[in-house]
Write a protein that binds this ligand. Structure first.
Ligand code: ADP
Length: 512
């Protein structure tokens, strides 16, 4: 048999020895014709042991049938082909051990017969590195998940004591204070609000990273949104004598697809940076443009700019690019959050800057048609004005946190006609509601015995309590939760830290 192949052997032998892979040349009957030295090293057989034997000696027993099937298919339609790239093929060594391999097959026409060359590459090391990379990636993902989870829980926990700080602070603001007390209170409230912003930003970033930040996109008129944001920033611009200007001619009457509140948050953030990192007497310009089906909104400043080595990190959370050493206050979260928010709205936020000259931050969002008018504005302006309750009324507050209870108690002292009942457990609260039929129930969501949601359902299902308006008071400020409870029949939803003014307005609105 071998003698008939002598010519081909001579032809290929030299070529094979120089190849980096183990190479096995077989006939269509599966008999090994030639092997190179790398083949001996890989499989542990001597050359004479392999030549003349069936190639299946190099295949693990459990895979023999599959291999024979593949060989028959290949010899009926031979063409160059890579196998095992991206999937696990296995070969067998003389000692029975197995080795992961990739194989490339090529037909070799010798003139007298068809031979098949198989280049066999040991991929043990590559697999090991791949496995290690995958393990490291999974570990990093787990760690990131744990970090997000931790930040999200912490932020949530921090809102509760902050509720007490800002709530009682608001009450003190209503008292007659000496100028120095007033100044101290102002500082407490300022720091408290800053802390609240920070907590909200951390919560938002963790939600964006987890892909769980809900946005409600709608057509938003571009120019009014920009002018509103610009008006809000005028006081801080004039403090630093910075000139604000606009070039909005391209977007007159145009709309973009965006979440109105979130777009405002991003614009305020970009404008506030453009002012903060500017020089006294500098300028900030808002420019709009239209590019295909995109609207671009650029915030250009004449500030200190960002150096080339820093610009790539500008959207990294907590990275202040050295500004921490300056007297400009900040957290390094605003741009990371803005970038994530615009991304979630389906747009892009990019930065261009020259150190010492200034920066341009550009938002691009999808342009859309104007929405059909639905009289929403008319409905809004018809909202009832605040009235002070003069008649006697009863409010029931179901809440297990003493400090929150005390806060509402104090707030309701501002309404002498209001009697406050309180319960620290849901079941007791339900009992009080049945007995006293209050005019309003304020309901916390995290109660020790029943969830607030369940308590709401019970109140709604019993005839004595079904008509009582229920306002949810909670630190859980996620829109999903809010929509769920409003859909379940809650009259309104107050988030902590409480806005005392809104609370009193709700109490007034429920007065008999
Ligand atoms: P911060 O709370 O520090 O302002 P940001 O996330 O908004 O956080 O911005 C990150 C960093 O990018 C800032 O600390 C500052 O160094 C730099 N930066 C942001 N906007 C500008 C700007 N308009 N000009 C110069 N530097 C800026």
């Amino acid at each position: 048999m071998l003698t008939g192949r002598g010519q081909s052997e001579n032809l290929f032998a030299g070529l094979l020895e120089s190849a980096p892979d183990a190479i096995v040349i077989v006939g269509v009957d599966g008999q090994i014709v030639l092997v190179n030295a790398q083949c001996e090293a890989l499989f542990g057989y001597r050359r004479e042991e392999m030549i003349g034997s069936q190639v299946e000696m190099l295949v693990p027993e459990r895979l023999l049938n599959i291999h024979r099937g593949h060989r028959d298919t290949y010899t009926s339609d031979p063409h160059p082909r890579a196998m095992g790239i991206g999937l696990a093929l296995t070969a067998r060594r003389k000692d029975g051990s197995e080795v992961p391999v990739e194989i490339s097959l090529s037909p070799l026409e010798t003139g007298s017969e068809l031979l098949i060359s198989a280049a066999v590459r040991d991929v043990t090391e590559r697999r090991r590195i791949q496995d290690e990379l995958e393990r490291a990636k999974a570990e990093a993902e787990n760690a990131n998940h744990a970090k997000n989870d931790f930040l999200s829980r912490m932020s949530h926990e921090l809102r509760t004591p902050l509720n007490a700080v800002l709530g009682f602070g608001q009450l003190l603001e209503l008292d007659a204070l000496t100028p120095s007390q007033d100044e101290s209170l102002h500082q407490i409230m300022k720091a408290g609000r800053h802390l609240l912003d920070l907590i909200d930003e951390v919560l938002d970033i963790t939600r964006i990273e987890a892909g769980k930040l809900p946005v409600s996109n709608e057509p938003v008129p571009v120019n009014p949104a920009l002018i509103e944001a610009l008006d809000l920033m005028r006081p801080s611009a004039s403090e630093k004598t910075i000139a604000l200007s606009t070039e909005l001619t391209n977007t007159e009457g145009r709309y973009v697809m965006a979440d109105r509140q979130r777009l405002r948050q991003v614009l305020l953030n970009l404008l506030s940076n453009a002012i903060k990192y500017n020089r006294t007497g500098g300028s900030v310009t808002l420019t709009t443009g239209v590019m295909g089906d995109l609207v671009t909104i650029a915030v250009t400043d004449s500030g200190r700019g960002i150096s080339r080595e820093h610009i790539d990190r500008v959207f990294q959370p907590f990275d202040r690019l050295g500004a921490e050493a300056s007297d400009v206050e900040g957290t390094g979260l605003g741009l990371a959050l803005s970038h994530g928010l615009i991304d979630t709205m389906g747009g892009k936020l990019t930065a261009l800057s020259t150190a010492g000259v200034g920066s341009v931050f550009t938002i691009s969002l999808l342009a859309v048609d104007a929405p059909r008018l639905v009289g929403e504005d008319a409905a809004r302006s018809a909202a009832p004005a605040l009235v002070t309750s003069e008649k006697l009324m009863t409010v029931l507050y179901i809440e297990d946190n003493l400090s929150n209870l005390r806060l509402i108690e104090r707030a309701l002292e501002l309404r002498p006609g209001v009697r406050l009942l309180s319960a620290m457990q849901a079941k007791l609260g339900l009992e009080l509601a049945r007995q006293h039929r209050p005019d309003l129930v304020l309901l916390d969501l995290h109660l020790p015995d029943l969830s607030g949601e369940e308590a709401l359902r019970i109140l709604q299902s019993e005839p004595e309590t079904a008509e009582i308006p229920v306002v949810i008071v909670t630190a859980d400020a996620t829109p999903t939760q809010m929509h769920k409870l409003l859909a379940a029949g809650a009259t309104d939803y107050l988030t902590k830290p409480l806005d005392i003014g809104r609370l009193l307005a709700l109490v007034d609105a429920s007065a008999p």
